[in-house]
Design a protein around this ligand. Structure first.
Ligand SMILES: [Zn+2]
Length: 323
């Protein structure tokens, strides 16, 4: 995530930090809690830039000076990021940090350490950190990030100011992807699957989601083109079947549901926002409200059946004979 994306997504957090700095009310330890893709680590670096930027006339760091750039690229000596090696943050990593920070600043100004995924600290590491948090030096600041504060030791949690990072809204994520030239239908589907912009970009780049979307478009419009939906599915079913988990079946059925919901809007003469090309090829008189509601119910029902051990081919054969 870029810092500008974080600023747009988390204005409350960013403003709170800026206000605290302006009023000299910064605390020495913050816990940034948010899911992957909410920008907790980036906000940690932004905090460091806020304190160390060479252009201190504004509340916001300039992001352009040498200091801001070095923080961005993890090469400023006053800003240390600690992360898990394997799946664990160990005591030695915290002790080495404490050792480095106990000397006077290597560069002038505050020193900031960011512990990424602080819940990965083992008990010994957490206890070492606790000593550090209990007696913070005036110019030391800690940023701990986590996806779940309940995994953080209570004694550490109670010494941090807790800031919650909200997930991106579905709509915002869709708009961000469209801005990056992602096809609008694909952006819409992706934003319904994940709140995480980084994951969303990855899904788009992999290409599989687009294939699933196209299959759903073909299947849902088959009847209007006098084609057999099951046959459309069957000929392309390798797209869904090359995966051992059922995730792609859920995505496929979800996509069908979103397309049929849009058909329902068209039937109702409401503005259509998605799948414009497919819906343009269908005449209003071909759409029947009761029929569409029935299909949506059936799709929900079949999605439920995916939870059980079912034969996927039979499931689709039965699904497409009833819609
Ligand atoms: Zn700067």
């Amino acid at each position: 995530m870029t810092i500008n994306e974080v600023i747009n997504l988390q204005p409350e957090v960013i403003n709170l930090l800026k206000n605290a700095k302006r009023k000299n009310k910064l605390v020495h330890a913050y816990l940034f809690e948010g899911d992957s893709g909410t920008g907790t680590l980036e906000a940690g670096k932004y905090f460091a830039q806020m304190l160390l930027c060479e252009n201190q006339e504004n509340d916001s760091p300039c992001l352009k000076c040498n200091t801001c750039e070095r923080i961005e690229y993890n090469s400023h000596l006053n800003v240390v990021i600690i992360e898990a090696v394997g799946e664990v943050i160990r005591k030695e990593q915290i002790e080495s940090l404490m050792h480095d920070f106990s000397f006077t600043a290597m560069e002038k100004g505050p020193q900031i350490y960011i512990i990424k995924d602080a819940d990965k600290m083992n008990a010994a590491a957490a206890n070492s950190l606790l000593k550090f948090l209990e007696e913070p030096a005036p110019n030391h600041y800690a940023i701990l990030t986590t996806i779940n504060h309940k995994k953080i030791l209570d004694t550490i949690y109670s010494r941090c100011q807790h800031l919650h990072f909200k997930p991106a809204s579905t709509n915002q994520l869709m708009l961000d992807l469209i801005k990056e030239d992602v096809d609008s239908d694909l952006a819409y589907i992706t934003s319904n699957i994940t709140n995480d912009l980084v994951e969303a970009r990855k899904m788009v780049a992999e290409g599989k989601l687009n294939m699933v979307l196209n299959l759903a478009k073909k299947v849902s419009t088959a009847r209007f083109r006098k084609k057999d939906p099951y046959l459309e599915y069957y000929l392309n079913r390798n797209i869904l079947l090359d995966n051992t988990d059922k995730r792609w079946h859920w995505i496929f059925l979800d996509t069908l549901i979103l397309i049929y919901k849009e058909m329902l809007l068209k039937e109702n003469k409401e503005p259509i926002n998605h799948f414009q090309n497919q819906l343009d090829s269908i005449k209003e008189e071909q759409l029947d409200k009761q029929e569409l509601i029935k299909i949506l119910n059936i799709l929900n029902n079949y999605e439920e059946r995916l939870n059980y051990n079912v034969n996927i081919d039979l499931l689709y054969a039965s699904l497409f004979s009833s819609i």
